[in-house]
Design a protein around this ligand. Sequence first.
Ligand SMILES: [Ca+2]
Length: 130
Amino acid sequence: MKTRERLIKGSGGAAISLAAALLLAPALMAAVTVGSSRALNRLVTPNGDSRNDTFMFKCHNPSELLVRGEIFDLKGRKVADMVRDMSAPIDDFYYMEWDPNLGLRAAGGVYIYQITAGETVLKGTIVVVR
Ligand SMILES: [Ca+2]
């Protein structure tokens, strides 16, 4: 009950917050959309044993936005583009994949992935172990 009273007393502030929330609504919706997006593995061991041989990112994308996945080294140089795994199950997710053995064979070390879906950008680090 105390919380409710406080909300009523602070109705002026609440009105401003509501206006702000409406302005931010698209961003908040995007935030909800990416909430279940995640890297499926952060350790990549491209030795051909079918365990973590590639980096996989599961991107929640129910609106089927254009999704781009890029891999950078720690100096910010682009190493590779990720590709969408079309063999993945058809659901609300895009499965983005990077195989460090494709193209220029990536050396072992730390890399940064950047997933861009619409206006949302998700970044993180992964480690390739040779
Ligand atoms: Ca492996």
